[in-house]
Design a protein around this ligand. Structure first.
Ligand code: HGY
Ligand code: MN
Ligand code: MN
Length: 417
């Protein structure tokens, strides 16, 4: 074992402080055992003000930028590692999704600065905004990497019709400048996250080293028929938007299943019927169709299949069916082996053979960052694989172990780079 290895093995996180900060962040928007902390909500902004204060107290130059990203910049010279995740949650989310990676980054930055052998290392940390796609998926990381255009910001609305520009105004951010990262400053980006799936737990593994992240496409399918009386309108005369929606959904499930690749998934998690009354034939309906895969060509294949189903149905149903892009697409991404080898090494040192490589079925800001710098992700197990639900949780000892593995890996990244 060389001197460098000896050094970062001495590096110890403060487990009590880590868990206390995770429990404190959980309080912002706490509901039952989960959180309601959507991007730019009051709870989200309160959490960001608290994070900015923690970043400052950790010795970093910290700020909240014009899109709500919280940044902490090291005052140390030289190439840096950027670490973090998102602080916003799903509309009804779990307490660890995103939050864990932000607090890991804070704890790693602190424990490096408290170690004589490591306090010269430059580690920047970030709490991204709106990874969960209230307005634009991975809004914050897209903006920080200069990959978010002005019209996207101006035109973004959430599912309730709230405009992003109005949410920014409400949050008091309208006049605040947006940061853009100096991408050349960084050796790479590191994100820790809960797995949000069952794989690590099923294999009795404690650490996951992510190899790749799926890509995501979202389509909004709009059905326009004729609103009418549910009793007096004979079936042959109906142009029922809801019947078309249900038939479209059925055909998609059949057709996607017949053309799916091993990692293909799809969800139709949001529908809207107008006027949504049981004695009225809906004249208007909307269906959100989201699909994911590790292969861009498979995503394209699903998109064209959805249009084929639409074309087929339009000829027979008498209902107009239109398909529009519902979200900014996220491309599949590969994690950097040169970077994640340090996660492998650190995991092997801390929990020999109790770690594994795995792909991510969830998308993450690391998927955006990977287009701009070497990126890597560390997973810890999710209890029963549950996420995007108040029941989302992880074991406290796994939370501590994950952060320790990350801290040692960061030290080694500087040593090796
Ligand atoms: O949906 C996702 O994959 C992420 O958790 N926002
Ligand atoms: Mn999520
Ligand atoms: Mn997440």
């Amino acid at each position: 074992m060389n001197a460098q290895n000896g050094h970062h093995n001495m590096l110890r996180i403060n487990a009590d402080r880590l868990l206390a900060d995770l429990d404190r962040l959980r309080c912002f928007g706490a509901q039952s055992t989960g959180v309601v902390r959507p991007a730019f909500s009051d709870a989200d902004m309160q959490a960001r003000y608290w994070l900015r204060e923690q970043f400052e107290q950790a010795g970093l130059r910290s700020l909240i930028d014009g899109l709500g990203n919280v940044l902490g910049f090291s005052r140390n010279p030289g190439k840096a590692i950027l670490m973090g995740s998102h602080a916003d949650s799903q509309s009804t989310g779990g307490w660890l999704d995103g939050a864990m990676g932000v607090i890991y980054a804070l704890e790693v930055a602190r424990c490096l600065s408290e170690s004589a052998a490591h306090r010269h290392l430059a580690v920047d940390i970030v709490a991204f905004q709106d990874e969960e796609s209230r307005f634009v998926g991975c809004l914050g990381s897209r903006s920080l990497t200069g990959s978010l255009d002005h019209p996207t910001v101006q035109n973004a609305v959430d599912k309730d019709g709230v405009r992003l520009v109005d949410a920014l105004n409400h949050a008091g951010l309208s006049g605040t400048p947006r940061e853009q990262l100096d991408l050349g400053r960084y050796l790479g980006f590191l994100e820790a996250h809960i797995e949000q799936g069952p794989t690590l737990e099923a294999h009795a593994m404690r650490i996951g080293v992510v190899t790749d992240i799926v890509g995501v496409r979202g389509l909004k399918v709009v059905f326009k028929g004729q609103q009418n009386h549910a009793g007096t309108t004979m079936m042959a005369w109906r142009r029922d938007a809801s019947t078309s929606l249900y038939e479209f959904a059925y055909r998609i499930n059949q057709c996607f299943a017949a053309h799916a690749a091993p990692r293909s998934v799809w969800t139709m998690g949001r529908v809207k019927l107008i006027p949504n009354a049981s004695s009225i034939i809906p004249g208007y309906a909307e269906l959100d169709l989201q699909f994911r895969d590790a292969d861009e060509a498979q995503l394209e294949r699903f998109a064209s299949l959805a249009h084929e189903v639409r074309d087929l149905m339009t000829q027979s149903s008498g209902v107009d069916i239109e398909i529009v892009e519902a979200r900014a697409p996220i491309k599949p991404s590969r994690m950097s082996e040169a970077l994640y080898q340090h996660l492998e090494q650190s995991a092997q040192e801390h929990v020999p053979d109790a770690w594994m490589h795995l792909p991510s079925g969830a998308f993450h800001d690391a998927g955006i960052m990977a287009a701009f710098m070497p990126s890597a992700m560390l997973f810890i197990p999710s209890i029963k694989g549950i996420s995007h639900d108040f029941a989302e949780d992880s074991h406290r000892d796994d939370l501590v172990l994950g952060c320790q593995v990350m801290a040692s890996a960061v030290a080694s990244m500087f040593g090796r780079q």
